[in-house]
Design a protein around this ligand. Structure first.
Ligand code: ADP
Ligand code: MG
Ligand code: MG
Length: 925
């Protein structure tokens, strides 16, 4: 017979901490605590399988459940020496608590004091000798049960909780402000009023039968798994809906039986900073939820528990340390003290900031509590970005309420003056390099890059987490809040309006890219400690404890990881920063970014109508490019540098208004009709599939020739300076080996010419960016010519899924809401689809060139799940924006550690049965 119910307590415990899938986190840890001999009120856990059954069978339970629950209830009675529903002696009361596999704080429901009714409350009063306590429990119970089980909880923020309303009126009538000051007669009256309210709203009497109450609680907890906020929480945190919750039924212990009682929550180390030492809140004479409910101001455990309850404090400290040592992680503990006796009600690994994660993990390794691989495995790689971002100081935020909230797209905090026009922003910056600017746009385009570059922060009113603004600001390491639809922007008037208030150009605002909050006025920021050490060197490592922990963790990660990490960097400064953050090379240099600094020369080139004119226009560009490449090669000091040939939609570079076109025509000395006509010719109906990538270099081979020449001349120059150079020239968007071969020939001819003339040769590779499904499925042919592949997963996602990054914002939310997309495919790789294409490309590529070099340079190169996938399919490196490098290094180490573990587990499984399968199923059968 299936076992659906697992008991725990001092007389025997069925489960343990390893069983969280079945028992949920709370149930598994209650069992574990009971097992290692800690004081846990007895109880039992109904498994998550029952939850699954419940939803698969029209909210029915498996038939065996009733008997198993009854048996487990009897076991609690025996251990606690009390009877449930007893009308003669002190009755047993129980709580009914939710508990999913991963804790979902506050998302699901709990009912306390089950088992009270008009008879048992009298016995409780008499036998406990505390009438007030008994009626306080009963009052709480009817309220919680009404809210949770009978669904009387207010549905909207403006609805009143009927019970709170009655409670409030009663306190007013009696003339007290604290719940605790109500006398038994007031509580009795309240219970009567509560029950009347139940009858009125539900049409039924409040259930008096204790077992009926238990089943009501169980049903409510299972039901709360599918409530709206739990669903939203799971979507946000990537928790599958089919995991289900467990239900814990547990004997009540009482923190509200007078001044020798208390209840509290505590962390074994600080959850914000990771510093060692217990921190937490407690209340004397209170029950569980009071501490977090904000009804009374709790006291700090570390300040006063040792004075108020010295014996319990010592005992609690010992238990807390024991739990931390046992779980080898920061514990978040709920406890209750009943008449000076300590009871443990919950423990779990504490939620914490990235700062606390790093600090605690490194400390624990140094304390000998965990090993470096454990430290690496437990830190969510994304959290590392927190350590790099400029911060709003806690004091600076005091008293500020956000003006509006958008998508927290580029982590960081920035304060500055509003600019609506990128060129004005740039002009302001040129006047004063210390100008603090927030660029506010409806959305950004590549034309805005220069304005973005000088801005401290970027705020857009539309566009999602993968919009241009978000992508570029992440690469630039700038604070960005996008899609902030509460602001409306009027470019003409140069104003934005938020909640009726108008903000002009030059007004000060602050954007917090961590939270997505936008504030009015100036909020002071400072560079993160880590970057003060690594970038501006304004801080010595010895004076930077956060940096030290970070550095220690990174050096461990580098020891474990097998994947290489490179950066996407477009200039020497970014290259230097990349090296400081651990880059082993550059995986993507986008040459079009360089052209933005010489836009008029570039426009002259685009507008040229003959090959001769174009070659002439390319001449000054060659010089600029060569200088740019030299700078990067010097900065990279012998590390490989992948340079992508020109790949922009050309129409983005040309002016679109009549006035701008006329200005350009004057500048270039050509008729303005010519400019207008060329702009018209360059217009693309679908830029994503337009005259892009190698198509440009194939139609205008002189551009490719110029770029290859610039790269090779730069290499020659830098080699002459005694610095090693390894350029990897990348042809973008080839879907066909013939396209690649065409470009390869132009490149190799140019290289031969440069090296021949210079008498100096550099090694170099020619490869391609894999961005089209056709390239993946013909990768064997392409690899016959291409020496390396770099997956351009942004475009591969666009072309593989047939969606455009520029307008998917209009439906992506719906898609995620409906669970059609588990995540935003531009943020985390669609492994099933795009990932499968990559796998095909890897296999086919290796089949014709076994040593084909494999990397990824899309945004996904800095996304932890995607990095792990890249490890799995055998890429050589991932490349991402410099500030994502620590994330990539950590994720790569995690992938290597996980792989080792999986291999060991598979080996163990094979060894144990001696056959070659890895699952043992054949031997068991
Ligand atoms: P949550 O998951 O929201 O924290 P819990 O199930 O942990 O919900 O319960 C809420 C509060 O009730 C906690 O403070 C807990 O300590 C308290 N509580 C739960 N069960 C009992 C019990 N059997 N005896 C005393 N207090 C309890
Ligand atoms: Mg809890
Ligand atoms: Mg592309």
């Amino acid at each position: 017979m299936a076992k659906y119910v697992y008991s725990f307590g001092k007389d025997g415990t069925d489960g343990d901490a390893t069983m969280r899938n079945l028992l949920g986190g709370k149930g598994a840890n209650l069992a574990e605590m009971a097992k290692i001999g800690l004081p846990v009120p007895s109880g039992f856990t109904i498994t998550t399988e029952v939850c699954t059954y419940f939803y698969a069978n029209g909210r029915q339970y498996p038939p065996e459940l009733v008997a198993q629950v009854n048996e487990a209830m009897a076991a609690i009675e025996k251990t606690m020496g009390k009877k449930f529903g007893d009308t003669k002696d002190l009755p047993l009361l129980v709580s009914c608590r939710s508990g999913a596999r991963d804790s979902m704080p506050g998302m699901m429901d709990t009912v306390l004091n089950i088992g009270l009714n008009d008879k048992t409350v009298e016995v409780l009063a008499k036998k406990s000798g505390d009438e007030r306590f008994a009626w306080d429990c009963y009052r709480r119970f009817v309220q919680m049960y009404g809210d949770v089980v009978l669904d009387m909880k207010p549905k909207t923020k403006t609805d009143e909780d009927p019970f709170e309303e009655l409670l409030h009126k009663m306190k007013e009538k009696v003339g007290v402000t604290e719940d605790a000051d109500l006398k038994p007669e007031h509580l009795k009256e309240l219970v009567k009023q509560f029950k009347a309210a139940v009858k009125k709203q539900t049409g039924h009497d409040f259930p008096e039968d204790p077992m009926e109450q238990v089943w009501g609680g169980i049903g409510a907890v299972f039901g709360s798994w599918m409530n709206d906020r739990a669903m939203v929480y799971r979507r946000m945190n990537g928790i599958p809906h089919d995991w289900g919750t467990a239900v814990n039924v547990q004997a009540m212990v009482f923190g509200n039986m007078g001044d020798t009682c208390a209840t509290g929550v505590a962390l074994t180390r600080n959850g914000a900073t990771g510093e060692k030492g217990i921190t937490g809140d407690y209340l004397i004479n209170a029950q569980g939820e009071d501490v977090v409910a904000g009804i009374r101001m709790p006291k700090r455990i570390e300040d006063s528990l040792h004075k108020e309850m010295p014996k319990c404090w010592e005992q609690f400290k010992a238990v807390a340390m024991r739990l931390e040592n046992h779980y080898k992680d920061i514990q978040d503990i709920e406890f209750t003290i009943e008449n000076q006796n300590l009871w443990m009600l919950q423990t779990r690994n504490a939620k914490r900031t990235g700062f606390a994660h790093v600090r605690a993990a490194v400390d624990m390794v140094n304390e000998g509590l965990i090993t470096p691989d454990m430290a690496i495995a437990r830190i969510p790689a994304n959290d590392l970005t927190q350590l790099l971002q400029p911060v709003f100081s806690g004091a600076g935020l005091k008293g500020k309420t956000p003006l509006a909230k958008g998508i927290n797209a580029g982590p960081g905090a920035a304060t500055g003056q509003i600019y609506y026009q990128p060129d004005e922003a740039e002009a302001a910056w040129q006047k004063d390099n210390n100008a603090r600017i927030i660029l506010v746009r409806k959305e950004t385009t590549p034309e805005d890059l220069r304005g973005m570059k000088v801005a401290k922060g970027i705020l857009t009113s539309s566009g999602g987490a993968a919009s241009h603004a978000a992508l570029v600001s992440r690469q630039m390491g700038k604070a960005c809040v996008c899609g902030c639809d509460a602001i409306s922007i009027d470019y003409k008037a140069e104003t934005m309006t938020v909640k009726g208030k108008v903000y002009k150009k030059g007004d000060w605002i602050s954007v917090d890219g961590f939270s997505g909050n936008v504030y009015e006025g100036e909020v002071p920021t400072s560079a993160s400690e880590v970057l003060q050490v690594l970038f501006d060197k304004s801080l010595k490592p010895a004076d930077a404890p956060i940096y030290q922990c970070f550095h220690q963790l990174m050096s461990w990660a580098d020891r474990f990881r097998k994947l290489g990490v490179r950066a996407n960097a477009d200039n020497p400064k970014e290259s230097e920063q990349a090296i400081a953050l651990g880059a082993q090379g550059i995986g993507l240099t986008r040459t079009e970014h360089m052209f933005f600094d010489h836009i008029d020369d570039f426009r002259a080139m685009i507008l040229s109508e003959t090959v001769e004119a174009r070659e002439k226009a390319l001449e000054p560009l060659l010089k600029y490019q060569q200088a740019d490449f030299e700078g990067i090669f010097r900065a990279m000091a012998g590390r490989p540098v992948t340079i992508r040939l020109l790949d922009p939609p050309l129409h983005e570079f040309v002016p679109h208004t009549e006035k701008d076109q006329a200005d350009l025509a004057t500048k270039l000395g050509i008729p303005k009709e010519t400019v207008a006509r060329r702009v018209n010719e360059l217009h693309e109906f679908n830029p994503m599939l337009g005259h892009r990538g190698c198509r440009l270099g194939i139609v205008y081979p002189e551009i490719t020739r110029m770029q290859a020449t610039a790269i090779c001349q730069a290499a020659v120059q830098v080699i002459k300076e005694g610095i090693d150079v390894h350029p990897e020239i990348m042809v973008p968007l080839a879907g066909n080996v013939a396209e690649f071969r065409h470009q390869e020939k132009v490149i190799r001819d140019a290289a031969a010419k440069v090296f021949g003339e210079a008498g100096v040769t550099s090694d170099y590779l020619v490869g391609t960016m894999i961005e089209l499904p056709r390239a993946c499925v013909t990768a064997d042919k392409i690899a016959e010519a291409a020496e390396f592949f770099s997956f351009g997963t942004n475009d591969l996602t666009q072309t593989g899924l047939g969606i455009s990054r520029d307008d998917y914002g209009t439906y992506i939310n719906e898609y995620q809401e409906l669970d059609i997309f588990p995540a935003d495919p531009f943020q985390t790789l669609d492994q099933e689809g795009v990932g499968a294409l990559m796998k095909i490309a890897v296999e086919k590529g290796k089949s014709t060139r076994s040593d084909v070099k494999l990397g990824i340079c899309g945004e996904h190169g800095g996304d932890p799940a995607s990095v792990k996938f890249c490890h799995k399919i055998g890429l050589d490196y991932v490349s991402c924006s410099p500030l994502r490098l620590p994330v990539a290094r950590l994720a790569a180490a995690q992938a290597a550690i996980q792989e080792k573990k999986d291999k060991a587990a598979a080996k163990k499984a094979t060894d144990s049965c001696g056959c070659k399968c890895c699952c043992c199923c054949c031997c068991k059968g």
